[in-house]
Write a protein that binds this ligand. Structure first.
Ligand code: FAD
Length: 434
């Protein structure tokens, strides 16, 4: 049995802690905030409640696996239901498509109907083009700790391709709206598609095949379920405690220095931005964080337009409206995310795009990218893509310090519940049973 210290209690840290405790290790988790969950959680104000971070997730198998491998199955703790349609896209020319989740045929029909006959086939060609990439990377990269020396040529070539997502999309589509559709997720995650390798586009394939899912009442409930799971697994959770650095001697970590003193360890899992810990910072000096978007939580009353779970308003700025919050007295709780040139108030920008709720706003909470980075002690969006070499410059599951492992958005090829959940599974695999 090893004494493990997990740094950070976001989804990456809590998932790693739960899995390692189930494997028989003695786990201490150190979290600077007064609650677990990091970006996953709720914000409540005047009877309104919004998800602070994720409102939905792709690849539900990742959460199911996490709960099964750390104790009781997910279904005993939380409902996970498909989001239908998964997202509506509205374009500047007035056309729109509500994209169904988890079905090729339904996506094809929706695109033909919304954007024009024949375009559904173009979209299917694009998504289906990632089937082999997904199978390859799932096996060699996402579901086992990656080592360039232990994978085939094909996987290495896929991961190090010179083809950027931007170039692949430009080649695949003449239609500007399909291009925008294929790039929206990457832009929303804070990246310039010119710096992102083409394989990252496989998320469209994953969403099409496995669907997009949510927890009724809000994904924030996942933070409570993880808190409960850590209690059941007897993880020693130290809230309100900040890790200042790792203690590294002769290439091995012997513990972490916190503002409450030293915590000794045989293994350390870093589930925060490693740039924040001096002992690891020099290993990731060429990385930059991908910044969060501008966030505006709106508490609405009155005649509020009925929108699906998520609406993407294409253009610059890119605006995303998420409608799944809960509200008092028949009102609505929306979260608006903004990326790009936001030269005016986000609610005015929203009105200019045809979703005018200026008269309905009763409560609003505005959060800048900087507010979010300060709240979470780093960006929940992980590492910024700066070209194909980014994979070499960031830390993965294992690190040059033999008994230090990394989990969370900064150790994953992308932000989001699936990648972060997979990163914890990789740490558990690399560490193994007590
Ligand atoms: C507005 C927003 C919307 C999002 N929407 C979605 C979505 O719809 N779907 C989706 O899949 N993903 C979404 N995401 C992304 C997803 O929430 C994150 O990728 C994921 O939750 C990151 O988890 P993490 O554990 O890596 O990091 P975080 O959640 O950032 O957790 C890091 C934790 O470490 C703690 N910490 C930091 N430094 C220290 C220290 N020195 N010592 C101790 N503790 C420390 C922090 O307090 C925090 O609790 C969204 C994120 C945001 C912000």
């Amino acid at each position: 049995m090893a004494r493990v210290v997990v740094v950070g209690g976001g989804l990456g840290g809590t998932a790693s802690a739960a899995r390692l405790a189930k494997l028989g290790h003695e786990v201490t988790l150190v979290e600077r905030a007064d609650r677990l969950g990091g970006a996953v959680g709720f914000l409540e104000r005047d009877g309104y409640r919004w998800d602070t971070g994720p409102t939905a997730t792709a690849l539900p198998a990742v959460l199911r696996d996490l709960f099964r491998k750390s104790g009781r199955p997910l279904e005993r703790e939380l409902d996970l239901v498909p989001v239908e349609p998964m997202r509506e896209h509205r374009f500047e020319d007035g056309s729109a498509v509500a994209l169904p989740s988890g079905s090729r045929a339904a996506q094809q029909q929706a695109i033909d109907a919304g954007l024009g006959p024949g375009l559904g086939d173009r979209w299917l060609d694009w998504t289906h083009g990632f089937a082999d990439t997904w199978n390859l990377l799932r096996r060699d990269y996402l579901e086992r700790p990656y080592s360039p020396d232990h994978v085939g040529k094909e996987t290495r070539a896929t991961l190090t391709t010179r083809t950027t997502l931007h170039r692949a999309v430009t080649r695949a589509f003449k239609d500007e709206r399909l291009r925008a559709l294929a790039l929206a997720g990457t832009v929303l995650d804070g990246h310039d598609p010119r710096n992102v390798p083409a394989w990252v586009g496989m998320t469209a394939y994953v969403e099409q095949n496995f669907g997009v899912w949510t927890v009724p009442g809000g994904m924030g409930a996942l933070a409570g379920a993880m808190t409960k799971r850590l209690g059941e697994r007897r993880v020693d959770v130290r809230l309100g405690t900040t890790v200042e650095d790792l203690v590294v001697r002769d290439g091995r970590a012997t513990g972490v220095v916190t503002d409450g003193g030293l915590v000794e360890a045989d293994l350390v899992v870093c589930a925060v931005d490693p740039r924040r810990l001096p002992a690891l910072a020099s290993l990731v000096r060429r990385t930059m964080p991908a910044l969060p978007p501008v966030v505006c939580h709106l508490g609405l009353q009155g005649d509020v337009p009925a929108l699906p779970h998520e609406v993407v308003l294409h253009g610059d700025p890119l605006l995303v409206v998420r409608t799944g919050g809960s509200a008092p007295d028949g009102g609505a709780a929306w979260t608006v995310l903004g990326r790009g040139r936001l030269a005016e108030d986000i609610v005015t920008a929203l009105a200019r795009r045809g979703v005018d709720v200026r008269e309905q706003v009763r409560v609003r909470v505005d959060l800048s990218p900087r507010d979010l980075v300060e709240t979470y002690g780093g960006s929940p969006y992980g590492v910024l893509w700066q070209g194909r070499t980014t994979l070499r410059h960031r830390l993965g599951t294992t690190t040059p310090v033999t008994n230090v492992f990394c989990a969370g958005a900064h150790a994953a090829p992308g932000a989001g519940v699936p990648f972060v959940g997979l990163s914890a599974a990789l740490v558990a695999q690399a560490v193994g049973k007590a």
